[in-house]
Design a protein around this ligand. Sequence first.
Ligand code: ZN
Ligand code: ZN
Length: 313
Amino acid sequence: MFSEPTSPTTSQRVDADLKTPLEQAILLLFLTIPLLAVIAAVPVAWGHGLGWHDVIIGGVMYLVSGFGITVGYHRLFTHGSFKTGRPLRIALALAGSLAVEMSVTDWVAAHRRHHKYSDGDGDPHSPWRFGRDTTGVAKGFLHAHVGWLFNRERTAPERFCPDLLADRDIAAVSAAFPWCVAASVLIPPLAGGLWSMSWTGAVTALFWGSLVRIALLHHVTFSINSICHLIGERPFTTRDQSRNVRWLAVPSLGESWHNLHHADPTSARHGVLPGQLDPSAALIRGFERLGWAHDVRWPTAERIAARQARPAE
Ligand SMILES: [Zn+2]
Ligand SMILES: [Zn+2]
């Protein structure tokens, strides 16, 4: 019965269950409201609605939730690139939840499934799903960037991350995801209001630190799934279409060295070639120096060389 994992029927039965219409409606709200804030951001900033309090609050929230995704959800929980103690595991799961993407178990399940089938039939978000002609690629881009989130299928954590479900701390953080979403939206206005002791400070921090920050991080994360499987360099050999995209390295905190990541998924560093910035690897190095991270899977020169694509003859 499980012998054909890539057929849609089997994939649906084994890998996924279905989301409810209420979950779909909530998803739509949390994707569109922050995006509308980004569209309004330029005129609001033009009208001096951006103060340095907002820049600091938004920047800190971007880094906390962004590293929560890259170092926590992705390199630690999905791929086990390093080991750490209970307090930092819980902190990273909570930080990633503040990104308002998915609960840690749902995110890890979808991402492990992406690696298992990358750019093949069971991949939840391949931009190549609709073919290689212009229309197919345009449709595929939208599907990989955001459309796949509205697929009624939900990748089953029971199948892809039983290790995390068995971890009581991580299962509890996952179950508390709606509270983390509330905290992510409410912390910036609370901080902005108290800092400036004004309602205006609360409102501008809600706009910049919550809505604009959430939308920016959403679309940077989504770009790894869409842009980094469509355009960019492929210095490493992989069986999928993963690519390295330099201009996304800083906003994505090092995740856009995506070709290396597919060539060596457990590596704690994705930007392994000279000049490739990888802030997430730098943070893991910092944790290691503090004694908070151990058994870090740093790439060796031989490992990198073995995965490099041979130049065309
Ligand atoms: Zn990928
Ligand atoms: Zn990955």
